[in-house]
Ligand binder design. Sequence first.
Ligand SMILES: [Zn+2]
Ligand SMILES: [Zn+2]
Length: 499
Amino acid sequence: MGSGAAHVGAGSLVERVRALRAAAVALVADRTPLDAGDAALVHRELRVVADMVGLVSARAITVVEEDGRWALSGARTVAEHVAQQEGVSVGTVRREVQLSKALGADLPVTQAAVAAGEITLEHAHVLARIAPTSAARREALAGGHEDRNEAALVEQARTTTVDQFRKTASRWATQVDAEAADRDHTLIAAREHLFLTPRDGGVAVNGFLTVEHGAALTTALRAVTGVPAADDDRTPQARQAEALVGLARLTLDRGLAGGGSQVRPHLSVHVPWNTFRALADDARTTADGTNAAAPVSLLPAELDSGEPLAPTLLARIACDSEITRIVFGPSGQVLDVGRAQRTYTGQLRRAVVARDRCCQFPGCHAPPALGEIHHVQPWSRSGPTSVANGILLCWHHHDLVHQRHLRIAPRATGGWEFARVDGSVLTDQRHGSMLKTTGPPGHAPVPPGHAAVPPGRTAPQGRVTAPSRPAPTGPPGRRAGPAISESPRPKVATYETSR
Ligand SMILES: [Zn+2]
Ligand SMILES: [Zn+2]
């Protein structure tokens, strides 16, 4: 400490705090290189210091609150007032006020343990939030039962991390006052909400669930997330987001959400005729490897809501969907409605699934229920809807194939080869080797009967676009068989404006 400066160990509290700040300024300015052993020690010690400082800070905020003059600022709570004064978040100050009150009124042992550096301030925050929350719990804290009083909880805190301790404290709270636990649950359940808000060209998801509902959702998400495949550069969060949409698709694909088994579109996409035709041109240019920009000045395809769709997304949707051609007159009147035609339904779909068994992208094992049938030669480019021209891809990889214009070709040895636009072949990175067989390890070899249908190559060229099978006129029946959706696919409505 510099000569003449106040000492942290002497003077009034205000003088000591000023001296502490001066010491902190000197610490921050110290750029001496640290060795790893010292760094760990420094980190631990500073955490203890910060916790101790936090105790003093909490004590101060109680005095500010009790004084009451904060109300003159127009703030509704002391937390709001302090947040305004110091520029911190209201939530942080509110937590500090809660801690301060709990330590002062009900948690003296906890306070002493933090002061002695035996438990962290975070442990104290957990107790402040959970422990003194009902008369029965306060009584238990102060009581003589050595297995459930405050001293017992602090003893647990000494030996467990905060994350573990949070569960310990919750269990304790339920045990000593089950009635309050029920009330808490009711309050928490009442706070459940889910907001889907259009924002930044997407939809923001924001919500709150009870522990139980959160666990159900987490388990379901994990079930549809699967193992990352080769070239899967998504973050776990991105995979989780897609899994949520996967759950929604599963429900819709299987017709699980009531309304009988009538054909109901999940998603209507309106595609101007020229844009629909351009899908073919786009496929052709990229197949040449020129990667030419998509034709400009075409009207984008739209959802019912008028939200425009990116061209590669449209190509993906059109790949496995129900197509209805509706011709509109110049003032929007419907001139003609074609019959709905669906791609890869019934036996065709089952045959592709029976041959491929799981997503065929290198390294992906996603089951058929999470997938779609992709036209190897694009549907819009006269690719037939045949078993030979179909490949099972999970939703994510179906997206990816269209987004990156990946080219898929059958291998002489069976299975498929995926290549990028530059011609390089995708490999299963998890195994560090080129995929030479039909699928991942453990994947059954293609039965001879199925292998007799060489994928892709036999597709007749230049045929007029049309799915090979008309749609069933009645509602599709529920049939047992491979787990793949037979209920409505996304619907693409094409329309034409006569000018
Ligand atoms: Zn496709
Ligand atoms: Zn996949």
